[in-house]
Design a protein around this ligand. Sequence first.
Ligand code: GUN
Ligand code: FE
Length: 452
Amino acid sequence: MMKEPFTLIGTAFHTPERGRLEVLEDHLFSVDEQGRIAEVLAPGHPDYAARESDARRAGTLVLLGDGQFLLPGLVDLHIHAPQWPQMGKALDVPLEVWLRKYTFPLEARFADLDYAREVYADLVDNLLANGTTTALYFATVHVEASLALAEICLEKGQRALVGKVAMDDPEQCPPFYRDADAASAVADTRLFIEAVKALDSSTRPLVQPVITPRFIPSCTDAALHGLGELATEFGCHVQTHCSESDWAKAFVEDRFGSTDAASLEGFGLLTRHTILAHSNFIDGQDMDLIKEKGAGIAHCPLSNIYFANAAFPLRAALDRHMHVGLGTDISGGYSPSLFDGCRHALSASRMLQSGVHAALPASERGAPGEPITHQEAFWLATAGGAEALDLPTGSFRVGHEFDALLIDTRAKASNIHINADDTIEDVFQKIVLNAGRANIVSVWVGGRMVVG
Ligand code: GUN
Ligand code: FE
């Protein structure tokens, strides 16, 4: 899609490499007609003044005001779109009970296309308003409703990777909510992939299909095998839940005598374009395998508090230079905000590293290693997630998509309070720790303004 090019001048924060904050003070960003970043110029660059005056003359200059900052758009690496109506409730039981008691009945309602469209439109509006410019979605088993989610993302301008969920095992999935059998789970996934590709056939599509076995317990061997063949045939993204809880991990090990990661690899489902949600209980060997395949992990710290029974070993994964990003896991997590995601990741990491049991001496209380920093948390929510997806977004590099948030620290109802003695690095930290929806005044995806 051709768009109107524009030029933006202001101060931007980004973390192009893990843990390294780069402050681009008063920089000039040129966005081309493809919605990509064509130039990033520092003040004093020989072309800066000419670009500025050209844009001013053309009426395409955007100037950030006092207290306003540019941030890369946020990447949600794991979210269940149909669970939006359930966000903020039904968190009183363990995962395996929650699925049957609340979640499968809710997701079954998406057979109704009108209901699906209404929920999905509201969800995408709300995620964009919270700064989520890219989302990796689980939809439901229904091809039509899942396609409606892809259409709504395309229409509203959110970068999205959407999966029709595959779940065919009658032992684990209720009769009112499952694929009829393995063959139809695979055939419907193929249909869905082809339909999404037909929706957006550009070379840098905004919306892409994802092969989505819900998790090993909900799929038969035949379905997993067939989906693995599709992953090879199409080379598209794959997503699933991996070693999320004691129950889920034990289920897979009882069935296959191997871990989730090793089992997925056996089915051809562990690729450079695979995202494994949670992965709390992966061991060192799993980490090596996931790293070797180049797959990524969607860390969902809030959901983990309710369902995982343990904190994800984030520092260990980062030390191995694995691909990791953040997921809200709505509705296992109750917040749509990836700023909240950063905060929860920071809290979980601090609790894991320092330990939580006050009766133990400090030296025995925690896990080895340092807690993550706020710069690392922000990297997870932006460039880390984008790298895991292998998408050119998440930082302000030339050639990347212009996926960005305009943060106003002085917005009405802001929880960010900047003082005269705050450094520019302090301002960034205050944004990571206190920004909310009220501060997000504009959002761009691929150069298109989708909020503001
Ligand atoms: N495992 C299988 N399905 C789900 C789900 O919907 N949410 C979470 N958190 N874990 C799952
Ligand atoms: Fe999930």
